[in-house]
Ligand binder design. Sequence first.
Ligand code: SAH
Length: 344
Amino acid sequence: MQALIDKLIKEQKLSRSEWITLIKNRDTVCLYARQKASEISRQNFGNKIYIRGLIELTNYCKNDCYYCGIRAGNKNCSRYRLTKEQVLECCRVGYPLGFRTFVLQGGEDAFYTDDYMCSIVSAIKKQYSDCAITLSLGERSHSSYKRLYDAGANRYLLRHETATNEHYSKLHPSSLSLENRKQCLYNLKEIGYQVGTGFMVGSPYQTEENLADDMVFISELGPQMIGIGPFLSHSDTPFKDMPNGSLELSLFMLSLCRLMFPKVLLPSTTALATLDKNGRNMGILSGANVIMPNLSPAATRKNYLLYNDKACTDEEAAEGLEKLKQSLHSIGYEISYERGDYKE
Ligand code: SAH
């Protein structure tokens, strides 16, 4: 198996059947992969970790994804929307802490029309012209993505979730399709965004073949960012009795992404931190180079629950950042206060 890792490092891609072999035999090679991924990460980014301030814009969503805690059908979710002023207040808190990227993430909520979203984006740009704006608002039209880009958005995160049609339909209602999701990603790329995609590890019914398809798709898309985290069950969803994804496999997939794309922006996700108390640091040591601390207002944070027991929902932004610094320090890493765009 080491030979396949070496081949991946050298050629930066593998065939579908090689991916399957590698993922199926991960036990023999996961430490080697982790060590190599961490080395490559160090070569490209030193001991620096980029931070992104996550602002959870709305937990209203028109979709009913079977895994997600803010799905439309969840009657136990108490819903909120941030106003433009509340978003700007998050930035006002985040900027002096050193954040130079703001990520606006939310459910698919028609309340945020193109006009309103553009006014939020341009207001942030006006006040914080040295900051990058990342959006993660799900599927929108080409013209909507274009308007938001022209208003000043720089990056967009849209995980493909799973690159196998059959598996996609086990995770989503029939109103959603993998084809449309992929089209959105290609539209975003064509418009000029730095694009992030990704998937959950250990989502219900996922096979190693599905993960191989994910790697093949990511390799074709060539994203600038990749978001990967374990599936975590939420008690108010159809997947409430499904087991959580595994830490080992999540870390292994992170390492493979680093090996395939040495310069990709790769977060160690909140889901990983939720799954294991050392998850965030282990993600870093497996090749991740980005962390996305929460900048949402304290009052709404506990309602943006995509899964149960979400980490860091009770911390102030400043407090969370201080803890993050110490924790990174304990493994020899430091926060970078740069904007942290993708560099060729
Ligand atoms: N509505 C936006 C943002 C989604 S939330 C969109 O469609 O892109 C961000 C990510 O959280 C999702 O892409 C999904 O991969 C992840 N997520 C949702 N529910 C989850 C769960 N139960 N466990 C782990 N990750 C989850």
